[in-house]
Design a protein around this ligand. Sequence first.
Ligand SMILES: Nc1ncnc2c1ncn2[C@@H]1O[C@H](COP(=O)(O)OP(=O)(O)OP(=O)(O)O)[C@@H](O)[C@H]1O
Length: 946
Amino acid sequence: MNSSFSSNCNVLSKELLYGDLVLIEQRNEASNNVEAEVLGKSEGFKSLDYCKIDGRMDRLTGVTISDVHRVSRKAEESANRRFQAASWLQNIVGYLDISDEPSEEELRLFLRNGLILCNLMNRIHPGAIPKIVENPLALSPRDGAHFVYQYFENVRNFLVAVEELKLPSFEASDLEQSSLVAGSMKKVVDCILALKSYFEWKESGAMGLWKYRSTSKYGPKASPKVFVGLSSNVKHQSEKSWNFPDLYSSINSDTSDCDCKLECKGDDLNDDMSTRNDKTQIKEINQSSIHSENCGLSLSDSNSTWIHQTGQKFLEALQKADSHSFPNLVRTLLDGRRFEELPVLVEFILKNATDEFEHRLILQGEQLKKLRIASKELLRREDKLVSRSKALEALAMGSGEEMKLNTAHLQLVKIEKAEIEKEKKRNEESVEKLLKDRDEQQLEVEKLKNDLEYSIREAKETKHELEFHRKLELESKMKIKELILELEVSVKNGQEIQATMATELRNLKQENTKFQDRIFLHIPAFKNIRAILDAIRQDVLNMKLGRQEEMEALQSKLERLTGAAAGYYQMQAENRALYNEVEELKGKIRVYCRVRPFQSATQGIVDFIGENGDILIRNPFKQERDGQKLFNFNKVYPASASQEEIFLNSRQLIRSVLDGFNVCIFAYGQTGSGKTYTMTGPCNTSKEDWGINYRSLKDLFQTSYSRKDVIHYEVGVQMIEIYNEHIRDLLVTDGTKKNLEIRNNSQHNGLHVPDANLVTVKSTEDVLELIKVGQKNRTVSATALNEHSSRSHSVLTVHIQGTDLVSRSILRSCLHLVDLAGSERVDKSEATGERLKEAQHINKSLSSLGDVIAALAQKRAHIPYRNSKLTQLLQDSLGGQARTIMFVHISQDSESYGETLSTLKFGERVASVELGAACSNKESWEVRELREQVFASYQNSSSSIS
Ligand SMILES: Nc1ncnc2c1ncn2[C@@H]1O[C@H](COP(=O)(O)OP(=O)(O)OP(=O)(O)O)[C@@H](O)[C@H]1O
């Protein structure tokens, strides 16, 4: 205590006010001022300070009130740390006879002999201090110096062990200091708390980063990820021998997993503990050799150099960087790096960044904890102050002097309280801020982790791609090598060839020169020869042209002659065939019999059809032999015969119309037996089903075309029907049904029904159209026996006029294609009314036909042609010099046996009719001219008579 203070100074209990702070005040009698001395034993008050208080406590001379607060706070912190150290010592070493809150002096005395410290060290590191002097007094009780030495021995051993651990240490003399030297125990307390922290870290398995104030270490399991960010599998060499010298001087990594080795030499380490660790990390980066094969990721040499050069800068910058400037930092680092290096570098950066942010979070957590403890302490102190102020107020009730003093104290306390409240508020604010920061940083860390995972995935994909590209590159290189080799060979060959060619070219040039010399000699002679040759060539050319024209003229003549000859030969052949047929016919009507397919599934009545025209019919109502009847015709067609087959047999006869013969084809038979089918074909007919009408006209057009160079043909068509004994034109387009007259064939144009339309046709298509019109106009009705029964006889007449192009003679002929109405048994056809009338007319005209045929067959003198329109119309064909074919149609159904029998009998009768020998209606042009003159004079005379 300072001697300037009088003995009656009022010393306030240090515990009462500010812990280690001692405030001594004294009233100066002379100045009547209160003088005070502030004794600070903590930092900042190394010696006694003297201050005068001019009546007011907040105007202390030399020492401000905030100094007092600062010192007070430090003293309190220091006391707390001391209590903490003492409490931990008790826990580790066992019960010690020391108070819970010892003063510095108390603690110093307690630790002075070094025994407790040595035991502590051995507890942390068993065997660290092998020899401990347990009882120094026993060795030499009278030798005080020896005691000191023995104490010093223990303390020195302890300090050596601390040094080895590179922990904050103190001087042995710190334990010898008097209690009046403020803060002498601070270093001792620091050392014990550092040991505590290290011990706890070690006890927890040395996981993660251990940090005591500025000193930090890495545990063996939490290997320095920063350095091995390139491989997370690195392990330290020896977990057992894990101590601080080892930690700082070298970190040997077990490279069994990825062959990474990290080393750092202790000599290079900076003494400053705070920077040493970072430098060690950088060193490890610098000295690390990274092998790619086992780790799966690789760094090229240049990349490794990049890490050497920029790794340190990056880590330093990273420690300074906040979360906002981090992306810029990363961009700067990656700028200009090669693509294949990016995955590894990104992983490196992200891992370091994650560690750094985690570290920051831990620090903030610790800070937060401390702040919480501080605010709790402030609350506690506030309570204390309140109670003190209450006590002071009670005292103020005592004496006046005391009251004054107490009032001053009270004021001081109030001011202090206000300060404390402010500080508390500040603390709360900083706690809030820290919490906010921590949340933000946690979010940042989460984001970085996600980024890291994404980058790792991308890095793997990129790696696969790179491998694939590398493979391709290798293959390409191989191919290029092969090609280069081939090219070299080719170049070599080319050079050889070039050399040979050059030699040959030289030789050729020499020869060429010689040859040209010779040519120059002969050029004038050559020119003469060329002129002669040109003249000859021109002559030959002219001759050739003349010959060519002659040849072309001859050719066309020849072609015409060949065509004419061909037509002539064809006609000759046809005529020959016709001649044979005519011979065969000998003027008789040809009769073909066609059997219709079954109409109903009854038993048939046709037993046999022979090739020679025989047909055997069986009476279904009689015994086999008795009921059979044999008929013979020119040909019999079974039900299976096709339309084509039917036509082919008649074709030659039909063609003879082009030679001037009249031809007539009848279709006869009972109703529904297939007459229309044979002549026209079925409804909606296709080409295969075409009947004789279409086929005949098509054939006539084809034949006339083949003869076009010999004869010019004109073809006209008439189509009429005989319905109920009236003749109607079927080629009317206006629907009129005018009855027409039959004229005799003496008419000029030879037409039997001159008033019927005669339509000129030039092609089969024209005929098809016409026949369609005719079919539409024909009277057809449904009867019990035929759904589309023809109720009239239809006659399609094709008129032919041919002019012989050579002889100018003319031929006229006609082809009658007659589809007769079907005979029917009225009782069977159940016809009544109009149908009955039609049936009667049909039957009547057919019986007239039968009569004519019978008369012709019997060669009677009178043939009753005029009995019906039908016989009248066909007079020429039946009795004249026409070629006639009659198709008799029969049904093979047993129900039609009667009709079939009468049809066959009729056919047989027709077959027996002998016609006059057919003759062609050809007349020479002289005859024709003569006839035309006669006809003209006849007409003139008749007109003059009228
Ligand atoms: N040979 C055949 N093959 C297949 N079907 C046939 C044959 N002959 C006739 N028909 C069919 O029988 C039915 C009657 O034939 P179609 O009309 O030709 O007889 P029709 O003798 O002309 O009768 P109508 O005298 O009553 O006019 C038709 O449906 C026809 O298609």
